[in-house]
Design a protein around this ligand. Sequence first.
Ligand SMILES: NC(=O)c1ccc[n+]([C@@H]2O[C@H](COP(=O)([O-])OP(=O)(O)OC[C@H]3O[C@@H](n4cnc5c(N)ncnc54)[C@H](OP(=O)(O)O)[C@@H]3O)[C@@H](O)[C@H]2O)c1
Length: 463
Amino acid sequence: MFRDPVQSLEDPSFQPTAAAMRPLRVGMIGIGTVGAGTFRVLARNQALIAGRAGRGIEVVVVAARNLARAVSVVGKDVALTNDPMQVATHPDVDVLVEAAGGTGPARDWVLAAIRAGKHVVTANKALLAEHGNEIFAAARQHGVAVAYEGAVAVSIPIVKALREGLTANRIEWVAGIINGTTNFILSKMRDEGVGFAEALAQAQALGYAEADPTFDIEGIDAAHKITLLAANAFGMPLRFADAQVEGITALQGLDVACAEQLGFRIKLLGVARRRQDGDADGVELRVQLALVPATHLLAHVNGSMNGIMVKGDASGVTMYYGAGAGSEQTASAVIADLVDVARLHGTHAAQRVPHLGFHANAISDDLPVLPRAAVRTLHYLRVPVHQAQQIEAVGAWLAAQHVPVAQVQLACAQHVPAGGTPQVLVLTDAVAQATVDLAVHALGAHPAVAGPVVSLRVEMLEG
Ligand SMILES: NC(=O)c1ccc[n+]([C@@H]2O[C@H](COP(=O)([O-])OP(=O)(O)OC[C@H]3O[C@@H](n4cnc5c(N)ncnc54)[C@H](OP(=O)(O)O)[C@@H]3O)[C@@H](O)[C@H]2O)c1
């Protein structure tokens, strides 16, 4: 049994304020997957959470559209309303949990709560990636916290890792599989040899993909998340509009198989990399399909799971693995944020962990997101040719276009049946995207080439 959390505080000289002694009062907007999970876990682990937070955490009011459904989740002791704004500004609420989603009304509710002096917890990555700079500025002005661990790779405490655990480090890169839906689809394509459309249909049937999967399959959801991670890693504002975003819809099963032949797996990666070299000074911020060595840990993050790696100059590479979605999995992150708020409620804003890991005056407005042309990685090219013997001509032509060819081979017969178009597979050394784009464009007109050339980045993600 846990003792009364306030009495159990060990330092007898500690005099909590009246506000800190009573339970933290939560107002919640939305009681769907995340909201209901949060309510359930808060209720189930009540005493344990209070023991950690130093005080209880109670949901006192909930806004929902369907009140009958809401009462079936929260019971009769919690006030219910159809009006989210009432929850955001409710006099009995210390902290707003925004669990409705979207970027329009949610922005208004969150800003209203901040202006009313409430702390905010949200898992809404779209809201923060698009309006986070405004929201965090308002929170600073009003001395409240906006916490968002659930916005990125829910069961992985990656925001805490970057903001607190890794504070000693100059972060060199953050890269990861941060969208479970697309990882599920890519795993199906690889394991079962099915095409993208069939893998998507399976993901939808199993509830891993929404009826409208656009945000996931077009890479937008992952871009929201890598935008948040980049800001925390490098001390830059949220620059979602500058991120390069590619989805998985164009991926062909043939490339999944050819990548395997070369010793790689194809993953949708969010990558944020600090570049400070002769060619560039800024941050690569991108979501893309990429070949990852089959022996790499990230290549083994399968199904709907997430995996993130961070390279710090002192820590070296660290890796984080866990569920990227789910009701209680997200609740785990939302409640961790609530516990932080419960512990810190009443402290001066300057004593808290800053929203983006750096104090506002240390966030650099000058750090640019590098343009696509400047991104520098290894590349995979698949070039359909009329005759297998043309492999040499393709390799020589690419080298003449300043593409540093490292390996050239033909796709094996298992992937290209007899009578099919031969496929030349090329791996390059590191090269700027601009050089690859020019070469791929020109290669299309080469007489040996029998169809569209496929180009994908290769990420080695080495320590
Ligand atoms: N699900 C996950 O695994 C997960 C993981 C990480 C982050 N998130 C984020 O968490 C947020 C919520 O996601 P979710 O999956 O919980 O969504 P959800 O299951 O659709 O739940 C959203 C809830 O908000 C309610 N709502 C929407 N607009 C409202 C309004 N104007 N007034 C009152 N209630 C309103 C909906 O009510 P009705 O049902 O009555 O329409 C619904 O109950 C999103 O930002 C999402 O990106 C979700």
